[in-house]
Ligand binder design. Sequence first.
Ligand SMILES: [Zn+2]
Length: 306
Amino acid sequence: MAGRLGLKVDVDTLQGLREGVPALLEVLETHEIKASFFLALGPDNSGRAIFRVFRQPGFLEKMWRTRAPALYGFKTMCYGTFLPAPLIGAAAWEVLPRIAAAGHEVGLHGYDHVRWHDHLLSLGLEEVAKEVSKAQRIFGSIMGRAAQAFAAPGWQCSPRSRAVLAAQGFLYASDTRGYTPYFPRFGDQVSLILEIPTTLPTLDELLGFCGCGAEEFTELVLGRLENERPQVLTLHAEVEGGPFRREFSWFLQRCRDRGVEFFRLEDWARDLLKRPLEIPVAQVSAQRLVGRAGRVSVQGALEGPL
Ligand SMILES: [Zn+2]
């Protein structure tokens, strides 16, 4: 069995939306693949991410390993510090309809990516709600409709963020790292928004780690696709749509040669939600992952359906 793969493209920066997304659209068109894009639409405060050096063990090592200045460019690394933070959605609004017109899904990846990534757990319910509704307002003003899906910046979610997504009527979210779709449980609270987790390590987590390159990455993904479960791979517009575009195109070609089928997360969500009572519940906890700085929200063991 060749397997099924959902591509989730996170767009964190203005450079990612302006340059990385058009590059990815071209690559995906070449291989006739439809994907799911998640966009941060507020201020590009990438420069502030540099302060993670002082807070999160592993961040400096990750910056070095993934050659961050080559990925993001010097200007992006100064946004929000030495340079004012540009508003991503306003500065490159014309890219959004292009993504949708090519048949891809377009969802939200938050408003201020750096704020959510670094401070979600200390934000009150109203502040989290504002982050989501500001992104939704910008999306609506460009697309003339509401976004159906939300992917948390930095795989950071909390009972509050999930309550906000439920209150704002999202169809599903992709906030965590895990292995199969589920309803997340936080202690005794269960989030009733379907969660479709990222199931595979990202290219930037594996790059240069233990000598892992594009070939080893491709073998790892193809190996996992031999499972019966569909897999979800997160890409970054700044990485696979930037310096690693050629490696990514080669990876897609290998997948196509093996007969891998690609799907959009939204289509899978709609299908799963036809039988909500079959969707299991699982606890979510904050854990460290190889190759990623700080902790992320990770799916625990399955506990059976609701
Ligand atoms: Zn992101």
